[in-house]
Design a protein around this ligand. Structure first.
Ligand code: SAM
Length: 244
C-alpha cells in the first residue's frame, strides 16, 4: 500500500470539511496522552496527528513516528521543524530500531492492517512498550462508508473489498492484549455537490495508493449520484484500546 501526499491530504481534508464530528478529537481522547510520555506512531503518514499530540502537551513528550513511504516522511519532517518528533523509515514487517520497554504508548491510525504479519508486528509493539503500556489501533469497521460502497457497486458491479481492519484483526488484538476494549466513532460526511463527491471518489481510488485493483467508470458514478445531493456517507471507525 503506497499512500500519496495528494490522496492522503485530500481524503483527510474531506473528512474535516464535510464531516459532523472530528476524528482528530476522537483519536486524541482514545490516546489520553499526558506530559512526559514517550510515544510511538506506526504508519504515521504526514505526521499530522503527531504534531497535534505535541501541541496538546505543550511539547512535553517525545514521539517516534515510522512509515515506509519516504515521500510522506519527507513532508512530515518538513512540517515538523521544532517538534520533538523523530521520523524513521520502517516497515511494519521489520524489527523496530528501538530498545526494549522504552515507549509508554504505541498507536497506529489507519495503518496497522497493512502489516503482512500482524502477530510479528504486535510482538515488536509489546517489546518496545513498558509493562502495562498502552496500545491504540484505529481503523475502519466493516460498516464503514456503506452508502459509498453501494454507489460503487451500482457503477461497477464490484463489491469494494471488505475492510482490512477486519474482525480477524480486532478480535486478535483484543485476545492477545490485556484489558482491551473497542470504541466506535461515527462521522457523517455530507457532500454538498457532485464536484466534492467526485474529488473524494478519485482520491479514494487513486491507483498510486495501491489499495484497489480497479477504478470505477467515473462518468457512471457521477450519473448514479447526480440527483442525490446533499449526499451523506457514514464513516464508522473503531479504536482498539489495549494494555499489554
Ligand atoms: C491511510 S495512511 C494513514 C496515515 C496516518 N496514520 C493518518 O492516520 O493519517 C496509511 C499509512 O500507512 C503506511 N503504510 C502502509 N503500509 C505500510 C507498511 N507495510 N509499513 C509501514 N507503513 C506502511 C502508508 O505509507 C501510509 O502513510
Amino acid at each position: 500500500m503506497k499512500e500519496t501526499v495528494d490522496s492522503l491530504s485530500s481524503r483527510l481534508n474531506t473528512h474535516e470539511q464535510y464531516g459532523t464530528a472530528s476524528y482528530a478529537t476522537f483519536l486524541w481522547r482514545c490516546l489520553a496522552v499526558h506530559p512526559g510520555m514517550n510515544i510511538l506512531d506506526l504508519g504515521c503518514g504526514e505526521g499530522k496527528f503527531d504534531r497535534l499530540i505535541v501541541d496538546s502537551l505543550d511539547k512535553d513528550c517525545n514521539i517516534v513516528a515510522t512509515d515506509k513511504d519516504k515521500t510522506l516522511l519527507d513532508k512530515a519532517v518538513r512540517d515538523s521543524a521544532g517538534y520533538p518528533i523523530t521520523y524513521m523509515e520502517v516497515d511494519f514487517d521489520q524489527v523496530l530500531p528501538l530498545g526494549d520497554h522504552c515507549m509508554h504508548l504505541v498507536f497506529s491510525s489507519f495503518a496497522f492492517y497493512y502489516a503482512a504479519d500482524v502477530k510479528f508486528t504486535l510482538s515488536e509493539i509489546k517489546r518496545v512498550l513498558v509493562p502495562g503500556g498502552k496500545l491504540v489501533v484505529f481503523g475502519p469497521l466493516s460498516t464503514n462508508k456503506r452508502e459509498f460502497k453501494e454507489v460503487i457497486l451500482q457503477a461497477t458491479g464490484i463489491e469494494m473489498p471488505s475492510n482490512k481492519f477486519s474482525p480477524d484483526i480486532t478480535d486478535y488484538l483484543i485476545e492477545a492484549c490485556h484489558r482491551a476494549e473497542i470504541k466506535v466513532f461515527r462521522n457523517l460526511l455530507t457532500f454538498p455537490d457532485l464536484t466534492t463527491f467526485m474529488d473524494y471518489t478519485r482520491a479514494t481510488f487513486d491507483p498510486k495508493r495501491g489499495v484497489f485493483d480497479f477504478e470505477p467508470d467515473y462518468q457512471k458514478v457521477a450519473e448514479i449520484v447526480a440527483d442525490k445531493f446533499p449526499f451523506t456517507v457514514t464513516k464508522v471507525v473503531g479504536a482498539v484500546i489495549a494494555q499489554v
